[in-house]
Design a protein around this ligand. Structure first.
Ligand code: BTN
Length: 257
């Protein structure tokens, strides 16, 4: 049996970044389950220092957790948030969609980016997690037009009623089902579901870590959420972080999406 998580949803009009606002609240002692939602962001942030397109109409939300884990062991939260976002998107659509999860933090629809997750946290001196903020951005109404970064929005895919007001309760519902399981048992119970919706499984990929690229076949996902890439020499290598590129994209989407 796992304890239910109580959400404290704090709605804002415009903020620089919901992750930044949520971090400030965390540092002021806000409790686990605080969810900062904003109508727009003036300084929305993505991974690797990228900007996140944040006009009104899309979802921007950052959830505060304080898991009893080493910060280094909390990265799989990104994958669980991805599954919760996928569930919420399909609940909103009222049907299964060809949405896939791209390790570690994206939802793609037709190889185009629909949503992204930014996980940020701080550790205590002994390595335990002081706080963890999981920021989710979902392109509901619009998406940016960035060369080399194909993206889409639910509205563009013909999904009616793709509003923040419809998405938020669906997301809270999915989080309330998934998070207690992750807190009690880690990522292992989600592995099969994640693999069942994974982008690029069995395909050639390149994982970039800093200036080094590791090429091979995306072979599997480990029970802790790290990926396994089979090198050209047949050696399985396990990675906990990095930026994944699809090597075989014939449509110009070989970038990080
Ligand atoms: C990525 O794909 O690079 C991650 C994008 C994360 C964007 C979300 S929007 C809500 C939260 N606030 C931010 O500034 N970023 C995240």
């Amino acid at each position: 049996m796992t304890a239910p998580l109580a959400f404290d949803v704090r709605r804002f009009g415009s903020v620089d970044s919901t992750n930044t606002r949520c971090r400030e609240l965390a540092e002021q002692g806000a409790g686990e389950g605080t969810l900062v939602v904003a109508a727009e962001q003036t300084g929305g942030r993505g991974r690797h220092g990228r900007q996140w397109h944040s006009p009104p109409g899309n979802f921007y939300g950052s959830l505060l957790l304080r898991p009893a884990l080493a910060l280094a062991d909390a990265a799989s939260l990104s994958l669980v948030i991805g599954l919760a976002a996928l569930d919420a998107v399909e609940a909103l659509a009222g049907r299964r969609l060809p949405v896939v999860v791209k390790w570690p933090n994206d939802l793609l629809l037709g190889r185009r980016k629909l949503a992204g997750i930014l996980l940020e946290g701080v550790a205590e001196a002994d390595g335990r997690c002081a706080w963890l903020v999981a920021g989710l951005g979902v392109n509901l109404a619009s998406h940016p037009d960035l060369p080399g970064h194909p993206s889409t929005a639910l509205a563009e895919e013909g999904i009616e009623g793709a509003t923040v007001e419809a998405f938020l309760p669906a997301y809270l519902n999915a989080l309330s089902r998934h998070l207690p399981v992750w807190q009690a048992k880690g990522f292992a119970p989600f592995r099969d579901a994640w693999l069942g919706r994974a982008a690029g499984l069995g395909q050639p990929v390149s994982l970039r870590i800093g200036d080094v690229a590791h090429g091979g076949i995306l072979a599997d996902l480990s029970p802790d959420g790290s990926i396994l890439i089979e090198s050209p020499l047949g050696c399985l290598q396990q990675f906990t972080a990095g930026e994944l590129f699809f090597a075989d994209a014939a449509d110009g989407t070989s970038g990080p999406a």
